[in-house]
Design a protein around this ligand. Structure first.
Ligand SMILES: O=P(O)(O)OC[C@H]1O[C@H](O[C@H]2O[C@H](CO)[C@@H](O)[C@H](O)[C@H]2O)[C@H](O)[C@@H](O)[C@@H]1O
Length: 369
């Protein structure tokens, strides 16, 4: 079992409230806070210097982040037959699209850039392939979306990279001709690589069709800890109406979408209380969800790089990776593609937000077009 109170353990890294002024501020999980250094391996190390006052600041900054997560904005009224009266939000969205043009409207530009290149497609699941719904167990993708993904995967290598457990996202998508990465990329089932035997955290396995695959699980030593923390989180939140804790194998989601906003502070305090005992776990914010995960230098961006390498597509000028995602965790992947002009990120969002993506789509129904 992992020693959860080891002396060289890292402090819990928390995300400050999102949407602060700086473009990079959005992406706080990338930053190593003071006192935290990246060790030669994947682990983040540092010293724990938290005070009670700092904890209060921390939980209230969590609350700010929770309040601004997944804002709801009305769609521009269309096809309703009524006269359109753009609101301030509509105008703001249109202005935002000048910076992040619609991927659909830019289709020709993208295909021109893709000429002579091999495409590789990376897709987030929730909020990208499936609409956001109240019950995480009912986040089904539409038949049209499944058909679109099936077709695209016949033409280009395609991978799903999700915060969900790999098994769960496979259950939702149900397509065999794809690669799957669960737990924010900490559980990747990819093609067998000639070098994979030498790679740490890689094992040979077989997929559900009996095909030989490469399994990359850099957080495997955290499994007992994650199971333990999952049980504690279920227990501590059981009296909070609407709270739901989801075990995503190498990370845990604490959902508050169905919790009365008056109780959000209680959710933040409960998670904070548990995490105090687990300095090797950290917290990130998603769409009305707090995500507890190992303090590892690994994210969806690293997963994209890993898969490109596994597919023999890294360091090739004739490869154009495209990543479609809606969430803050997808920013890691957008950033990897933007850096060095490697490919395009497409952000699915109905509200303006700062991003490392190049293009935008308003909602998942546009993805399947
Ligand atoms: O990386 P993703 O595939 O986008 O997964 C991120 C989280 O998605 C799920 O939660 C979100 O979608 C739910 C269903 O629409 C919604 O109810 C919830 O409020 C959203 O946060 C999933 O349940 C989480 O475990 C994932 O971490």
């Amino acid at each position: 079992m992992v020693d959860r109170k080891s002396s060289d353990s890292a402090p819990v890294l928390t995300d400050p409230a999102p949407m602060n002024n700086s473009r990079l501020g959005l992406h706080s999980s990338l930053h190593s806070p003071q006192g935290v250094v990246f060790s030669p391996g994947l682990f983040l190390t540092g010293s724990k210097k938290k005070t009670v006052a700092l904890d209060d600041v921390r939980t209230s900054s969590w609350l700010d982040a929770m309040k601004s997560s997944s804002p709801t904005h009305r769609k521009l009224a269309k096809d309703s037959g009524t006269e359109l009266v753009p609101t301030g939000a509509d105008v703001a969205y249109c202005n935002w699209m000048l910076k992040y043009p619609s991927a659909l409207a830019s289709f020709e530009q993208i295909t021109n850039h893709a000429k002579g290149k091999r495409l590789a497609l990376f897709l987030d699941y929730d909020g990208t392939l499936s609409p956001i719904v109240d019950n995480p167990d009912s986040a089904f993708m539409s038949l049209a979306m499944r058909a679109a993904v099936r077709n695209v995967a016949k033409c280009f290598p395609t991978a799903i990279i999700s915060g969900r457990s790999r098994d769960k996202v496979y259950e939702f998508v149900g397509l065999t001709n794809l690669y799957y990465a669960g737990s924010h990329g900490m559980d990747i089932m990819g093609p067998v690589r000639p070098t994979s035997n030498d790679q740490p955290h890689c094992t040979r396995s077989t997929d559900k069709q009996g095909k030989e695959v490469n399994l990359f699980q850099p957080a495997s030593q955290f499994l007992p800890m994650i199971d333990e923390v999952f049980k504690s989180l279920v227990d501590i939140t059981k009296e909070i109406k609407g709270a739901k804790v989801e075990n995503n194998k190498f990370c845990v989601s604490v959902h508050y979408r169905n919790v009365d906003e008056k109780c959000w502070m209680k959710i933040a305090e409960s998670v904070d209380k548990i995490l105090k005992d687990y300095p090797r776990l950290r917290l990130t914010h998603g769409r009305k969800v707090l995500e507890v995960r190992p303090v590892l230098d690994w994210d969806k961006g690293k997963a994209v790089e890993f898969l490109l390498e596994s597919l023999g597509l890294s360091d090739c000028d004739d490869v154009l990776p495209i990543y479609v995602g809606d969430d803050r965790t997808d920013e890691d992947a957008f950033k990897v593609l933007r850096e060095g002009n490697r490919g395009y990120g497409i952000l699915v969002s109905s509200a303006p937000k700062e991003s490392h993506a190049f293009y935008s789509l308003r909602d998942p129904s546009e993805d399947a077009v």
